[in-house]
Design a protein around this ligand. Structure first.
Ligand SMILES: Nc1ncnc2c1ncn2[C@@H]1O[C@H](COP(=O)(O)OP(=O)(O)OP(=O)(O)O)[C@@H](O)[C@H]1O
Ligand SMILES: [Mg+2]
Length: 209
C-alpha cells in the first residue's frame, strides 16, 4: 500500500506520523520505504541524525513527478509511506495521485479545521486523474484528558472525509525521539505514545485499501 501523509498546513505532524507509521509497519514485519517528498528534507534529516542505519530506507523525491517515479521503486517493498510537503501544491498533487491512501494529520484547533479546506480541494482536483482516492483525517497532538478531541471530530463532520478512531496525543516523547533520529517505538517501546502509534497503524491496515 502507498500511504501519503499530507496537509498543506505546516507543522501538523506529517513528518512525525510518516516516520512513526513507517517504523510501526517494520515492527509488524513489513518491508517499508519512506519517501521524503518535502524539499525541506526533514525525514532525510531525521535519518541522518541517527547513529546507525534507520529501520527503513529514506529517499528524497521532491519533484512533482512522484506518481511517475514511484512505480519503479515500490515493487521491492510491501508498503511505501510518503512524507508530504507543506504549501507546495504541485508536489502534494503528485503525492495524492501516487497514493492508495491519503492520511491527513490535523491538530485539534479551529485554525487547522479551517485550513483543511485546502487539502480537500486538492484531493477533489486529483480525483479527476485518479478516481476513488481514499483519504482519512487523523487527529494529532490531542491534549490528554480534554474534551477538545471530541469537538474536533464533530467540526470535521462538515468534510466528506472520515476521521479515524485512533488518534495521537501531544507527548514530549515524539519531539525527544526525533532529536536523535529515533522514534517512540524505540525510545519508549511500551509507552503510551507507542501504543497510540500501533493502534493507528492497525486501523490504517484494517481500512481494506
Ligand atoms: N503528537 C505530538 N506530540 C508532541 N510533539 C509533536 C507531535 N507531533 C508533532 N510534534 C512536533 O511538532 C513539530 C512539527 O511536527 P512535524 O515536523 O512532524 O510536522 P510537519 O507537518 O511535518 O511540518 P512541516 O509542514 O514543516 O513539514 C515537531 O517539532 C514535532 O516534534
Ligand atoms: Mg514535515
Amino acid at each position: 500500500m502507498i500511504i501519503s501523509v499530507l496537509n498543506q498546513k505546516g507543522g501538523v505532524g506529517k513528518t512525525t506520523l510518516a516516520i512513526h507509521i513507517s517504523h510501526a509497519l517494520v515492527l509488524k514485519g513489513y518491508s517499508v520505504l519512506l519517501v521524503d517528498a518535502d524539499p525541506q528534507g526533514s525525514a532525510r534529516d531525521w535519518a541522518a541524525a541517527r547513529a546507525n542505519q534507520p529501520p527503513f530506507p529514506v529517499v528524497g523525491l521532491d519533484r512533482p513527478t512522484i506518481h511517475r517515479d514511484l512505480p519503479a521503486l515500490v515493487k521491492d517493498f510491501d508498503h511505501v509511506v510518503i512524507d508530504g510537503p507543506p504549501r507546495v501544491s504541485d508536489l502534494a498533487r503528485s503525492a495524492i495521485i501516487a497514493a492508495d491512501l491519503v492520511v491527513i494529520p490535523i491538530q485539534p484547533s479551529p485554525y487547522d479545521i479551517w485550513a483543511a479546506d485546502q487539502i480537500i480541494k486538492l484531493i477533489q482536483e486529483a480525483s479527476v486523474f485518479k478516481e476513488n482516492i481514499k483519504s482519512v483525517f487523523v487527529i494529532n497532538r490531542k491534549i490528554v484528558n480534554t474534551a477538545i478531541g471530541r469537538d474536533v471530530v464533530e467540526a470535521l463532520e462538515q468534510y466528506p472525509i472520515p476521521v479515524l478512531k485512533a488518534s495521537i496525543s501531544q507527548r514530549v516523547a515524539f519531539a525527544e525521539s526525533a532529536a536523535s533520529g529515533s522514534t517512540v517505538l524505540e525510545t519508549e517501546k511500551l509507552g503510551a505514545a507507542a501504543k497510540e502509534v500501533m493502534a493507528l497503524v492497525d486501523e490504517l491496515m484494517s481500512l481494506g485499501v
